[in-house]
Ligand binder design. Structure first.
Ligand code: FAD
Length: 421
């Protein structure tokens, strides 16, 4: 059995940033275990630009952004195990470890001082939607179509309707248009887009592709191949309004209806999951409820910008390394909860004595709000406040908690973050 200070599961942007930070300039032994035969994760299929503005101050494509982190990991001396699928993560009395399988080495157990979960997310599939009709060819998730077009040189179809306005669907509307397909419309159930505003403008408005808000697909026609879909208006409760259906002849239906953290390994390891994020519940060090197992990136909560994934993952790697060295917190954490208008917060627990001077809490709101303040309160006192002109569920927000402000209260039992006037 091989032993490392830190084993990172997943070689996407989160896993790579965590591994570089955990390596701490060569002080610790670190391995990244990746099931694919290349590093970079989902970014390898995101050939459009717009990555890295926050991290590098320049516009990179997904593969360029991923390559910078893959190079940094190799230069730092991180050991990379490609083509290795992690089957199990556990934390027994002898410490955490992972079981993985590869064609080269068969099944092996890697022991670790700490494990970082960075397995990303998956797309919500067609089966989760319950749209009436047969299950003909021509229905793809937007990410599957992205891989076909960008990695395999295949066009999924020529006349396309997209259901859901998540970022991947918006980006694919533009990509398919540039490849010569016609995108008839993007139908979105909610009265607002679930993607970033910049993607709505650059991927739909600039190409004259209509965004039908408060609409959904109510029928898929075609026995063997999609022939048409019916798109109907929905009422305030999301129910289709009878008689509003419009038929769009098409050969392809793309689904961009949400991403779900990939938590099979976490669940099997006994990690507590949050119903709001569907990822692990973590403390300020990004450690899960199982001591020695950390999480970051899209497996923790779905991000909209990879730059924030890298920032968060670096902290997870740093803290996992410190845990492997024997560092422990004060043993007392207080809950951080979602208040009015807020759907989810990460981290959900904070060790005030151990937290850094400034701790970024990332969150999503549960509706569209204008001119509100994101306010963090502890014991009724305001400890952080951030004014926003517009807040939408599709854009991740953040609030910075200052350790000094929390310590100054002389004892904190809970922190709540909510929207106020
Ligand atoms: C289809 C799609 C398109 C996207 N497009 C954009 C975009 O255009 N712009 C943007 O900013 N963000 C985009 N995102 C969001 C993007 O996923 C994140 O910004 C970022 O890639 C998340 O990094 P990650 O490392 O957490 O996950 P990922 O990049 O998904 O990496 C996870 C890695 O873990 C590996 N893995 C999973 N399970 C195992 C296992 N059991 N054993 C070994 N390895 C495992 C996977 O193979 C993968 O390499 C997109 C996401 C998806 C799903």
């Amino acid at each position: 059995m091989r032993r490392y200070d830190v084993v990172v599961v997943g070689g996407g942007p989160a896993g790579l940033a965590a591994a570089v930070a955990a390596r701490a300039g060569g002080r610790r032994s670190v391995a990244v275990v990746e099931r694919d035969d290349a590093l970079g994760g989902i970014l390898n299929q995101c050939v459009h630009n717009g990555f890295g503005l926050v991290t590098f101050g320049e516009e990179l494509t997904g593969p360029e952004y991923a390559a910078r982190f893959a190079d940094a990991a190799r230069e730092a001396g991180v050991e990379v195990l490609l083509g290795s699928m992690v089957l199990d993560v556990s934390a027994g009395p002898e410490g955490p470890g992972v079981t993985c399988v590869s064609a080269e080495r068969g099944v092996e157990r890697l022991a670790a001082g700490a494990v970082v979960l960075a397995t990303g997310c998956r797309e919500r599939p067609a089966g989760a939607l319950g749209v009436p009709g047969f299950r003909p060819a021509g229905v793809y998730t937007a990410g599957c179509a992205q891989r076909m077009v960008n990695c395999e040189g295949l066009l999924p179809g020529r006349e396309v309707v997209i259901l859901g306005s998540g970022d991947i669907g918006l980006i694919m509307a533009r990509r398919l248009t540039l490849e010569g397909a016609h995108v008839a419309c993007v139908a979105e159930l909610m009265p607002y887009s679930s993607g970033l505003k910049r993607n709505v403008v650059q991927c739909l408005d600039d190409f004259g592709i209509p965004l039908l808000l408060s609409h959904t697909v109510t029928r898929v026609e075609g026995r063997w191949r999609v022939e048409a879909v019916e798109v109907s208006r929905v009422d305030g409760a999301g129910r289709p309004v009878p008689g509003t259906g419009v038929r769009y002849p098409c050969d392809t239906l793309l689904l961009s209806v949400g991403l779900l953290p990939e938590n099979e390994l976490s669940r099997a390891a006994g990690v507590e999951l949050s119903p709001a994020t569907r990822g692990p519940v973590v403390d300020d060090s990004l450690m899960t409820s199982v001591p020695g197992i950390f999480a970051c990136g899209n497996v923790l909560h779905v991000h909209d910008l990879v730059d924030y994934v890298s920032q968060e993952a670096a902290r997870a790697g740093e803290c996992a390394g410190a845990w492997a060295d024997g560092a422990r917190g004060s043993g007392r954490t207080v809950p951080v909860t979602a208040g009015a208008g807020v759907r989810s917060v990460v981290p959900q627990r904070v060790d005030v004595a151990r937290m850094p001077d400034e701790l970024v809490v990332r969150l999503r709101v549960n509706g569209v709000y204008e001119r509100r303040a994101l306010v963090a309160r502890a014991g009724g006192e305001v400890v952080a406040r951030r004014r926003r002109d517009i807040l939408v569920p599709g854009e991740m927000e953040q609030v910075t908690l200052r350790r000094e402000a929390l310590l100054g209260l002389g004892g904190v039992d809970a922190i709540t973050i909510g929207l106020e006037a």
